[in-house]
Every structure is written in structure tokens, then in C-alpha cells.
Design a protein around this ligand. Structure first.
Ligand code: SAH
Length: 219
């Protein structure tokens, strides 16, 4: 009950007051119990305006960033969406409230297992999780109406562009290891893409074949 109140306040002050307008995103943020995606010792902080540690040097993103990325996908319901970087599973849970099918890839097995467990417990049955290097996307399930990458990449991996439907949208932080620009790339035809910069951001690194190598430096 007290978490429901904290969640409502989070949506008012961090989501709506900061300019998120999509009613489907606002509803999803009101519904999903964010505290369940962090360890119990952090439940009291789960509705604060910041990322939180989830172990293995990874973080659950700031609520506003989750809302902004979801809004940028422009989902209307019924879509098939790919997320790279399952982490806690929270972003996948938000997507699962709007899209009809969510595919999410995580490279760290403990996180993938934990996310699966929480998503099952709260009844998100339309999320599929795969343990793999997500820099190559999810070929066998492509194409996707939306792809959201929740780790920072040195470049836009070509597999993501290839795995978008025409009209599909890719939301991805691109830049250095420590800070990036969040980009929205729309596939306009089989070989035309429109790119827009949304805002500056700081995500943990996307590590893999088309991303950073583990322990690699960078800006
Ligand atoms: N969306 C998550 C945020 C997780 S942080 C949430 O809502 O909690 C980013 C995640 O991306 C980390 O869990 C990290 O392990 C994962 N990651 C980094 N590189 C990856 C790759 N190549 N493939 C899949 N997951 C990756």
C-alpha cells in the first residue's frame, strides 16, 4: 500500500511533471511495482529519481529514463519489441504493459534468472528473456516494431537496423563509455533511416561483439 502511494508520487513528480505525456506510458509506470526489481534492502528507495544498483556492477535505470525511452518507441499496443540489456527486468515489465510481445536479451546469467523470476511473480507472461550477447539482436524473432537498448554503445550495431520493421523505431544511447547521446532512429524504408538526438545520458556499457570489450577504456 505505501509503495502504491510512493509510486503515484513518482509518476506525478518525475514522469508527468518532467514532460512525459503518453497516457499508455504513464499508466504502465503507475502499474508496475518498481520496488520488486531491486533487492529488498533498497525497496524504500525504489521510487526515487535515480538509478539503483542491481549487482554485477549494473543498474536499474532512473524511472524518467525508462519512461522517456518507452515513449520514444511510440507504441500503440500490439507491437513486438526487443530490449537489449534485461538487467532487473523493470524496463521489460513496462514494455510488456503496452506491447503484445517483448523479447529481452541479457548477458549476465544471474540477472536474467532474477528478472525472469520477478516477471513471473508479477504476472508478465508476454516477456521472453534470452541469455546471450545482445549486440547481434535476436535474429530468429526479427523483425521488431521497436528496439530499445538500455546500455551505452560505441556505435549503432547494424543488426539492430536490419531487425527493424519499416516504420520501426530504435532507441539507443551512443557515445563514450561514460556518457552518451540517446538517439532515436526510424526505419523509413528498407535502406533509409532518419536519426534524431533526444538527450545526453549515462548508461552502463554495452559489452559484446558490436559493443565495448570487457574492461576496455574509452571516453
Ligand atoms: N533495462 C534494465 C537496465 C539494465 S542496465 C533495467 O530495466 O533494469 C544494462 C544491462 O545491459 C546490464 O544488465 C548489462 O549486463 C546488460 N548488457 C550489457 N551488454 C549487453 C549485451 N551485449 N547483451 C545483453 N545485455 C547486455
Amino acid at each position: 500500500m505505501e509503495y502504491a502511494i510512493a509510486r503515484r508520487r513518482m509518476v506525478e513528480r518525475q514522469i508527468v511533471a518532467k514532460g512525459i505525456q503518453d497516457p499508455l506510458v504513464i499508466e504502465a509506470m503507475k502499474r508496475v511495482p518498481r520496488h520488486r526489481f531491486v533487492e529488498e534492502a533498497l525497496w524504500a528507495q525504489a521510487y526515487g529519481d535515480y538509478p539503483l544498483p542491481i549487482g554485477d556492477k549494473q543498474t536499474i535505470s532512473q524511472p524518467f529514463m525508462v519512461a522517456l525511452m518507452t515513449q520514444a518507441l511510440e507504441l500503440r499496443g500490439g507491437e513486438k519489441v526487443l530490449e537489449i540489456g534485461t538487467g532487473s527486468g523493470y524496463q521489460a515489465a513496462i514494455l510488456s504493459q503496452i506491447a503484445s510481445r517483448v523479447y529481452s536479451v541479457e548477458r549476465i546469467s544471474r540477472l536474467a534468472r532474477r528478472a525472469r523470476q520477478v516477471l513471473d511473480e508479477i504476472g508478465c507472461t508476454n516477456v521472453n528473456i534470452k541469455l546471450s550477447d545482445g549486440t547481434i539482436g535476436w535474429e530468429s524473432e526479427a523483425p521488431f516494431d521497436g528496439i530499445v537498448v538500455t546500455a551505452g554503445s560505441p556505435k549503432v550495431p547494424s543488426h539492430y537496423l536490419e531487425q527493424l520493421t519499416i516504420g520501426g523505431r530504435l532507441i539507443i544511447p551512443v557515445g563514450g563509455r561514460g556518457s552518451q547521446v540517446l538517439k532515436c532512429i526510424v526505419r523509413q524504408s528498407s535502406d533509409e533511416f532518419k536519426e534524431e538526438n533526444l538527450l545526453g545520458c549515462r548508461f552502463v556499457p554495452l559489452i559484446g561483439k558490436d559493443g565495448w570489450s570487457e574492461g576496455e577504456g574509452g571516453l
